[in-house]
Structures are given as structure tokens and as C-alpha cells.
Write a protein that binds this ligand. Structure first.
Ligand code: ATP
Ligand code: MG
Length: 137
């Protein structure tokens, strides 16, 4: 069993498709072990995406992530990290496979509906960033 972190980004929350996205997880063998809605501060968004701080798109990424509330969850299941990435689809929705979350709900490489941890190691760090142990079931 693995755990991974999912963020439903501000664009998808604004579009009111939170339930539709959560259904993709639950219908594909992932269980919601923790969940909350939160509006990130600039400092939090910068810290969360610190690995990208030297990339040219960093400021836009932070602006976008603080543009509205997000829904953060811990997903649990067999191969949860890879399974979530597979359900999400490619970073650029134009390249995302049909039937993936980004193909169905995302507009652009900035407003791409969801975040998912990219490794087990990062999943542990990202889960700890948002949730205390006693909030994960
Ligand atoms: P995420 O980390 O959000 O799950 P990802 O792992 O598919 O997405 P990363 O390479 O980690 O992609 O990039 C993080 C985020 O930065 C992307 O989700 C996207 O919104 C933004 N981003 C990545 N590459 C670009 C780019 N070339 N131009 C603009 N924004 C980008
Ligand atoms: Mg990433």
C-alpha cells in the first residue's frame, strides 16, 4: 500500500468539478485517506513548489496556485503514486491521453486541474506538508 498527495487546483475548484475528479480516484482503486479545502498563502505555494524555484514559469505557477482555494487529499492504494499520475495525464492537457483528468478538465499547462506527487519520497514530504498524522486514516 502506498500513499500519495493530490491537489485539485484552483481552476478545477472554480469549475465545480471536485466531485467528478474525486470519483476518478475512488473508481480506480484509490481511497481518500485525508482531505481538506485550503486557500494557500504565497509563502505556502512557494514552499510547496520550491523544487521549481529556478524555472522560468515559477512566478506564474505560484500566482495560479494562490488564485483560489484548492482541495488537498491523501490517496491510498496499491501503487498509488504511479496510479494517480496515470489518472492525471500529461502536464500539458494538449498532450494528456483521452480519458485522463487533465484531458477532460484542464485548459492549459498552467491551469492543469490537478497536482500529484511524482515519487514515493516526494509523496511523504508533500503529505507531511499538509497533514498531521492524526488527520490521515
Ligand atoms: P504537478 O507537479 O503540478 O503535479 P507535473 O508534475 O505534471 O505537475 P511539473 O514539471 O512538476 O509537472 O510542473 C509543476 C507545474 O508547473 C505544472 O503542473 C504546471 O502547472 C507548471 N509548469 C510546468 N511546466 C511548465 C511550462 N513549461 N510552462 C508553464 N507552466 C509549467
Ligand atoms: Mg510535479
Amino acid at each position: 500500500m502506498e500513499q500519495t498527495l493530490s491537489i485539485i487546483k484552483p481552476d478545477a475548484v472554480k469549475k465545480n468539478v471536485v466531485g467528478k475528479i474525486l470519483d476518478r480516484f475512488e473508481s480506480n482503486g484509490l481511497r481518500i485517506a485525508a482531505m481538506k479545502k485550503v486557500w494557500l498563502s504565497r509563502a505556502e505555494a512557494k514552499a510547496f513548489y520550491a523544487v521549481h524555484k529556478d524555472r522560468p514559469f515559477f512566478d506564474e505557477l505560484v500566482d495560479f496556485m494562490v488564485s483560489g482555494p484548492v482541495v488537498v487529499s491523501v490517496l491510498e492504494g496499491e501503487n498509488a503514486v504511479a496510479k494517480n499520475r496515470e489518472l492525471m495525464g500529461a502536464t500539458d492537457p494538449k498532450e494528456a491521453a483521452p480519458g485522463t483528468i487533465r484531458a477532460d478538465f484542464a485548459e492549459s499547462i498552467d491551469a492543469n486541474a490537478v497536482h500529484g506527487s511524482d515519487s514515493l519520497e516526494n509523496a511523504e514530504k508533500e503529505i507531511a506538508f499538509f497533514f498531521a498524522k492524526r488527520e490521515i486514516f
